[in-house]
Design a protein around this ligand. Structure first.
Ligand SMILES: [Mn+2]
Length: 200
């Protein structure tokens, strides 16, 4: 089954580090799509190790409800540095979102952008009660997910659908808005058909 969602990502490690503690993963388990953005606590090899544990856990629970996926990931990360994670689950015309920690997001589609609201917490350290948010998506939606290495005092609230090229958008956004004090990741999600995106 063709994926319902296209993803465009720019990510880089803390300048001077050789590994990236940020990570991302996508799943298409037959229907819809599940996309996670992960920030292993801190930076460097231990942050990377936590992110990799999280990816393995999320793969094992990709068919399970979000609350269960977070609970299992928390258990797997016990004893590690810990990680913050947000997950976007797309079905036909809806988005279910849940996050633990501060991988933030925006939904564009209506008159103004909406904030995706992760719960406070740190997987492997403190697991909050997961209550996913659900959004009904219009045809021309766009979703941004970004780690705290991307400044929110920036152009992050600008409508990405005004950009000409989605991959260039995330690369230029990371360059412009990425903090030099952390790993940083910016992901743009678009429907398979994005008629409002200007063609070059
Ligand atoms: Mn970070």
């Amino acid at each position: 089954m063709a994926p319902l969602v296209r993803h465009f990502v720019a990510t880089r490690q803390f300048p001077g580090q050789t590994v990236n503690g940020d990570a991302w993963v996508t799943f298409n388990p037959g229907r819809g799509a599940r996309i996670a953005v992960i920030d292993g606590a801190g930076h460097g090899p231990q942050a990377r190790a936590a992110s990799e544990l999280a990816i393995t856990s999320l793969a094992e629970t990709q068919d399970r409800p979000l609350a269960e996926a977070f609970k299992r990931c928390h258990q797997v990360l016990l004893g590690s540095r810990g990680a913050v994670i947000s997950i976007a689950q797309f079905d036909a015309n809806s988005l279910e979102f849940a996050g633990v920690g501060n991988v933030e997001g925006r939904v564009f589609g209506g008159a103004k952008s909406m904030h995706l609201a992760p719960h406070r917490g740190l997987l492997g350290m403190a697991l909050p009660t997961i209550r996913p948010q659900t959004f009904v998506l219009p045809d021309n939606w766009a979703v941004l997910l970004f780690t705290d290495g991307v400044s929110q005092r920036s152009g992050i609230d600008l409508d990405p659908r005004d950009a000409v090229d989605p991959q260039a958008y995330v690369e230029q956004g990371l360059e412009a808005w990425g903090r030099t004090s952390d790993d940083a990741t910016l992901m743009l999600l678009l429907p398979e058909e994005a008629p409002n995106f200007r063609q070059v």
